[in-house]
Ligand binder design. Structure first.
Ligand SMILES: *[C@@H]1O[C@H](CO)[C@@H](O)[C@H](O)[C@H]1NC(C)=O
Ligand SMILES: *[C@@H]1O[C@H](CO)[C@@H](O)[C@H](O)[C@H]1NC(C)=O
Ligand SMILES: [Zn+2]
Length: 490
């Protein structure tokens, strides 16, 4: 058996395992897993196995792994389809019907398990002339957190998101497996030092408390189009509104003293908005905080206001930037604030950005993505959720400890909701985590919905501000800071 044959025909075996933070400890034959990494998706990691590595003595502790034969014609793109971790309250008959329709669509004409037949005429979005989608389904589970693999014609990959049930997201697997890049020991040591030196600092407290709730309300209403001023209908990565938002964000960040760039990463997509504050001392150290400004609406609707997903993370960034300007903070390290696009289609914007940072050998000491900060179920206290699966546990611990000090009103816990832009940085071996609205699965009934507005029950601006305070305090602690001389300090 060979794995690479001529004439565009390829056969491979994919090993799918529950997420193991330290893969090196699992393999007994060096390189079998660590040199054949395809990424981690929804709490599972994917590897490509070579024949010698098929011997089960090559690993230990991989009991729950599954092996998936993969065959496809031509250079099809492999897409991992992942259902989000959602609260049972979101599993409505409407959603179940949507999923069943989707499964039926997948199963029609025997598309399951690598039959490799072509689909046609199913969807408006994919034209009938499409060369087709081949489906390789693995473990579509009846309960939440299902996942599957499909192989599609590469040009269809960027828009496949539009076909999925509302709580499902696509992640494109890389064309070739790569080396598993763990966060280097010195980088972890640096984060541990930051953790050990966490203390209440009244100056940090006053700086983070200067984030303005009133301004955040104005900003979110502009981004969603609720204020009737911006004219934004959708911030979907392919919509005009996302480009309007990108230009506006760049201007707002620049007003705070940052140097910004609109960075295109793929044709058809709105650009990343990347902003920098330069270091006051000579250092390579860079602290990066981020959110994604693109959004997703309901199937068949043009409207995608993204008030929570991820307008909330975007106004947190903006609130932090405005507070940097108002208080005259000057960072000792380099600081980047990045609003990504292409998150909903599979982290395209952040993958390009993180890859570039890795190629430049950037020294990102801490990365924190804010995605969905605004919602908690009625009656629940304000919360902060940290990722259970993807990210650097030391960074999550640091954020957790900062939260206890600067936003004690937040109940901190872990969430299975996953896979936002911090994953792209974690994959490149940078210390990264995410802040999220809930210490549990997603409960926002307007998740991936055209009614994801900022004025609705359960949307809690003060929770967004509390989480932004934590993100900001961690930034101040990790980067170090002084004040510019011409500022009157309070
Ligand atoms: C971080 O918080 C945990 C849990 O409250 C606590 O046990 C630990 O001592 C804290 N670490 C530091 C360095 O403050
Ligand atoms: C990255 O920055 C940290 C903090 O300043 C520093 O300790 C470390 O040596 C730097 N790493 C590299 C590879 O330059
Ligand atoms: Zn999001």
């Amino acid at each position: 058996m060979v794995f690479s044959q001529p004439a565009g025909f390829a056969t491979a075996l994919l090993l799918i395992t529950p997420y193991t933070p330290n893969i090196v400890t699992v393999e007994t034959t060096p390189g079998c897993l660590t040199d054949n990494f395809y990424g981690t998706y929804g709490g599972r990691s994917v590897f490509r196995l070579s024949l010698p590595c098929l011997d089960s003595s090559s690993f230990h502790g991989l009991d729950e792994a599954s092996l998936v034969p993969y065959e496809a014609n031509g250079d099809r793109e492999l897409i991992w389809l992942q259902e989000a971790a959602i609260d049972s309250a979101l599993v409505t008959p409407e959603y179940q019907a949507e999923v069943q329709d989707f499964f039926r669509w997948l199963e029609e004409d025997g598309h399951i398990m690598g039959s490799g037949q072509q689909l046609s005429g199913h969807q408006q979005i994919l034209s009938a002339a499409d060369p087709g989608i081949e489906l390789q389904l693995v473990n579509i589970q009846p309960e939440g957190g299902s996942y599957g693999l499909i192989a599609i014609e590469p040009s269809l990959a960027p828009s496949i998101e539009a076909l999925l049930p509302r709580y499902w997201k696509p992640y494109t697997l890389p064309k070739q497996p790569s080396s598993y890049l763990p966060v280097p020991k010195p980088a972890l040591e640096h984060v541990r030092n930051l953790l050990e030196t966490v203390r209440f600092d009244p100056t940090v407290s006053s700086v983070v408390n200067s984030i303005s709730l009133i301004q955040m309300r104005k900003d979110i209403r502009w981004l969603t189009g609720e204020d009737g001023v911006s004219g934004i209908v959708s911030r979907h990565s392919f919509a005009d509104g996302s480009r309007v938002a990108a230009a506006w964000l760049k201007e707002r960040f620049e007003e705070t003293g940052a140097t910004c760039e609109l960075k295109p990463f793929m044709r058809g997509f709105a650009p990343n908005v990347a902003c920098k504050y330069s270091a006051s001392v000579d250092t390579t150290a860079t602290v990066l905080i981020s959110g994604h400004y693109d959004s997703r609406g309901s199937f068949g609707s043009q409207r995608a206001p993204g008030g929570n997903d991820d307008g909330s993370g975007t106004i947190a960034l903006l609130g932090i930037a405005r507070a940097i300007a108002n208080t005259g903070v000057k960072f000792r390290s380099n600081v980047e604030l990045v609003a990504f696009a292409g998150e909903e289609q599979g982290l395209y914007g952040s993958k390009a950005y993180a890859r570039e940072m890795r190629q430049k050998n950037a020294n990102i000491t801490v990365m924190i993505q804010a995605d969905m900060l605004g919602y908690h179920a009625p009656g629940e206290p304000p919360q902060l959720g940290l990722p259970m699966y993807i990210g650097t546990v030391e960074v999550a611990q640091l954020v957790s400890n900062m939260s206890a000090i600067y936003s004690p009103e937040l109940t901190v816990g872990y969430t299975a909701a996953c896979c936002s832009d911090h994953q792209s940085f974690h994959e490149q071996g940078f210390p990264a985590t995410q802040v999220f609205e809930r210490a549990g699965p997603i409960a926002d009934p307007m998740y991936h919905n055209s009614a994801d507005l900022s004025e609705r029950p359960g949307y809690d601006l003060s929770q967004i501000r509390s989480i932004a305070k934590v993100q900001f305090a961690t930034l101040l602690h990790a980067a170090g800071f002084d004040f510019s001389d011409d500022e009157d300090l309070k």
